[in-house]
Design a protein around this ligand. Structure first.
Ligand code: COA
Length: 563
C-alpha cells in the first residue's frame, strides 16, 4: 500500500514506524507544517492510507473525509485529550495503552482499529514514550494496517459502556496543576510530578529568585534538609530536599522573558550559574556505589560472573565535555578490573546522541566548546578501540544517533534491542563527524553502504542494521528482556574456552590495522573537517545547532524525507 506518514516532527516513534512499514509498503513522510502543504502532498502522493504516529495538530476535514486517516493516540481505549501520558504518570497509572483510531470531527473519538496495553514503569514521560509506548504503538500500528489492508475488519466505535474502554476525556495539564508545593509535597508526589513533565514541558518553579522549568527528577536516598532547599550538587545536577527525603534535578531551563531570546535546557548548575550560593557541597558518588544505592548518578558499574557492566545514562542522550571525561575515567577504571568482558550502555533508553548541542549553544565560545566536546568524545572512543585485553560489547537498549551511534561501533560487538532506531549520520547537523567513524563504519558495512548511510541520512531499524552488518545481534522484547539476554550472552562469552583466542585475534587485528593506517591519522583527518565545520565562515552547523536547540521548525518537509 501507499502510506503517507503525517507527523509534527520526524521523531523517534515516527522513525520507528517508518522503519517497520517501509519493509512492506511504499512510505512517504510529510511534516504537519500547514494545511495547504499537507493537502498538496496528499494530492501528489495519492495514499491508500494516511497514518499519524505523532501529531499535535488536527488534520483538515477535507483530508480525513477524502482519505482514511489513522491517528496513533498514546492512551488506552476511550482516553482522549492532549496530555494523556502526563495524566497517566501524574495519577500513578500502573497500566496504560496506545490506541490507533480513525480521524473524525471530534478529537480522539473516532472508530478504533487497534489498541495495545502495557505496564507503566517508574520513569519520565519521554522515556516511557520512547520505550513502552513506542513498542505498543508499533504493535498497534502493524495490527491496524493489516486489518485495513484485509478489507474485512470493521473498526469498533468508541463505546464507553464497554468494560474494556477504560479511558476518558482529560483536559490539558497546566503548569498550575503541575506546581510543586515544596513545603507539603512528599518525595513520591514530587517525583511523579517531575516525571509527568519530563522531558517537556518541565515544571515551572522558582530557585534563588528566578523562574525555571525543572526537567527530570530522581530519588536521593541519604541527603536530607529543609523542604525546598538546595542541599547538594553532583555532576551538574542539584539536590533539593522534600518533606520526607530529597530529589536530584539534573536540568533546568530559565523561563523565557517576554520578547527575550528562546531558552533551553542546561545542566542545572550551568543554568543557575552565579546564582547558585557558594557553600553548597558537591557530593560525588562512585559508579560502583551508585549501582547499589537509590540515588541519581549518570554512571553505574557492577560486576557479575566475570562480566563488568558500565552503565551510562544522559538526558536526551547528549554527552558534554565533562560527561565524556567522567565516562572515560569510569571506563579506564573498568578496564583495570579483573574481568574479560565489558558491557557498555544504559539500562534503558538512548544509548547516545553524540556531543551536547545545548551545552555548546550556551557556551561563551560555541566553536571552542564544540572542539573540546568532540575531542573528549574521541578520547573515549579511542580508549574503547584500543582496549585489546577485554571483549567490549555495546548494548543498545535504546536509540543512538550521530556520534553516539559511532561510539557504539567502537566496541567489538554491537547488540541491539529490536525496537532500536539508529541514525548513523551527521549531515543533518552540518557536520562531517568524527568519533573515528571513517575507520569503524566502512569496516563494518563497506565503503558504499557507509557513504549511503551518511549521505541519505535516513534512520535504520535494528533488523535492517543487522542485515547491513552495522550491528551484530538483534534481541527482541522489552528492555528488561534485553538486559537479561545481554547478561546471559555476555556471561557465556566470559566463560567460553575460546575467549583467550578471541582476545588474541582482536589484538592482532588492531595491530594490523594500525600498521595500515594509524588511528591518529583517521582522527586528524576527521578533525580537520570538523574544525572547518566549527570555525569557518559560511558553515551551516552554527545555524542548524541553534535551530535544533531552540526548537525552530522547518518551513517545509525536508527533501531527504520526500524520498
Ligand atoms: N544534544 C543536545 N540535546 C539533544 C541531542 C544532542 N546531541 N540529541 C538529542 N537531544 C535532545 C533533544 O533536543 C530532545 O530534547 P527534548 O526532549 O527536550 O525535546 C531529546 O534529546 C530527545 O530528542 P528528540 O529529538 O526528541 O528524540 P528523537 O528520538 O525524536 O530524535 C535524534 C533523536 C537523535 C534523531 C535527534 O535528537 C537528533 O537529531 N539529535 C542530534 C544528533 C546530533 O546531531 N548530534 C551531534 C553530532 S554528534
Amino acid at each position: 500500500m501507499r502510506i503517507l506518514l503525517v507527523a509534527s516532527a520526524f521523531n523517534s516513534l515516527t522513525q520507528r514506524v517508518h522503519a517497520e512499514l517501509r519493509e512492506r509498503h511504499e512510505i512517504g513522510v510529510e511534516l504537519a507544517l500547514g494545511d495547504d502543504l499537507l493537502r498538496a502532498r496528499v494530492a501528489r502522493f495519492r495514499p491508500d492510507l494516511i497514518l499519524a504516529p505523532m501529531l499535535t495538530t488536527a488534520i483538515p476535514e477535507d483530508v480525513w473525509t477524502g482519505y482514511p486517516v489513522f491517528i496513533v493516540h498514546p492512551g488506552p481505549m476511550g482516553d482522549r485529550g492532549p496530555s494523556s501520558l502526563d495524566w497517566a504518570i501524574t495519577e500513578g497509572a500502573s497500566r496504560w495503552g496506545v490506541t490507533v483510531l480513525q480521524a473524525v470531527a471530534e478529537m480522539d473519538a473516532g472508530p478504533i482499529w487497534a489498541s495495545v496495553e502495557f505496564d507503566v514503569p517508574a520513569c519520565g514521560k519521554s522515556e516511557l514514550y520512547r520505550n513502552e509506548v513506542s513498542d505498543a504503538a508499533v504493535s498497534a500500528v502493524l495490527t491496524a494496517v493489516q486489518r485495513f489492508e484485509s478489507g474485512a475488519y470493521v473498526p469498533q466505535p468508541l463505546d464507553y459502556s464497554r468494560p474494556d474502554v477504560t479511558g476518558r476525556l482529560r483536559p490539558f495539564l497546566t503548569q498550575q496543576v503541575r506546581r510543586i508545593d515544596w513545603a507539603t509535597a512528599d518525595t513520591a508526589t514530587v517525583l511523579r510530578t517531575l516525571r509527568a513533565a519530563d522531558s517537556q514541558p518541565g515544571v515551572l518553579d522558582e530557585l534563588f529568585g528566578r523562574e525555571y522549568f525543572i526537567h527530570g527528577g530522581h530519588n536521593e536516598d541519604r541527603l536530607r534538609g529543609e523542604p525546598g532547599a538546595v542541599i547538594a550538587t553532583r555532576d551538574g545536577a542539584i539536590c533539593r530536599a522534600t518533606v520526607d527525603g530529597a530529589v536530584w534535578l539534573p536540568q533546568l531551563r530559565p523561563r523565557r522573558r517576554p520578547g527575550g531570546p528562546a531558552t533551553f535546557k542546561q545542566p542545572a548548575t550551568d543554568a543557575l550559574g552565579a546564582d547558585l550560593p557558594a557553600g553548597i557541597a558537591e557530593v560525588p558518588v562512585s559508579p560502583a556505589e551508585a549501582a547499589v544505592r537509590d540515588t541519581w548518578s549518570e554512571l553505574r558499574y557492577r560486576e557479575d560472573a566475570g562480566v563488568g557492566y558500565l552503565e551510562f545514562a544522559y538526558p536526551g542522550g547528549a554527552m558534554d565535555t565533562r560527561q565524556c571525561r567522567r565516562l572515560l575515567t569510569a571506563y579506564r577504571e573498568a578496564c583495570d578490573r579483573p574481568v574479560d568482558v565489558l558491557v557498555l550502555g544504559p539500562e534503558r533508553d538512548f544509548f547516545s546522541n553524540g556531543i551536547h548541542l545545548n551545552v555548546i549553544e550556551a557556551a561563551e565560545d560555541p566553536g571552542a566548546e564544540s572542539w573540546r566536546n568532540i575531542n573528549a568524545m574521541n578520547d573515549l572512543v579511542e580508549a574503547i578501540l584500543t582496549t585489546t585485553d577485554k571483549l567490549v560489547i555495546a548494548a543498545l537498549a535504546g536509540n543512538a544517533a550521530a556520534g553516539g551511534a559511532m561510539l557504539a561501533l567502537a566496541a567489538d560487538h554491537v547488540w541491539c534491542r529490536e525496537s532500536v532506531v539508529l541514525n548513523p549520520h551527521y549531515r543533518l547537523m552540518g557536520l562531517h563527524g568524527s568519533e573515528y567513524w571513517t575507520y569503524t563504519l566502512p569496516q563494518r558495512v563497506g565503503a558504499e553502504v557507509a557513504e549511503e548511510l551518511t549521505t541519505r541520512t535516513l534512520p535504520v531499524g535494528a533488523r535492517a542494521a543487522a542485515g547491513l552488518g552495522l550491528v551484530d545481534k538483534v534481541i527482541a522484547g522489552s528492555t528488561a528482556q534485553f538486559r537479561d539476554r545481554v547478561r546471559r550472552e555476555a556471561e557465556s562469552l566470559a566463560a567460553a574456552p575460546e575467549l583467550q583466542n578471541m582476545l588474541l585475534a582482536k589484538k592482532q587485528r588492531r595491530a594490523a590495522d594500525e600498521a595500515v593506517r594509524p588511528l591518529a591519522d583517521y582522527r586528524a583527518e576527521e578533525l580537520a573537517h570538523m574544525h572547518r565545520n566549527f570555525f569557518a565562515a559560511g558553515e551551516s552547523y552554527p545555524r542548524l545547532r541553534h535551530e535544533f536547540v531552540t526548537g525552530v521548525k522547518p518551513l517545509a518537509t525536508p527533501a531527504y524525507l520526500l524520498g
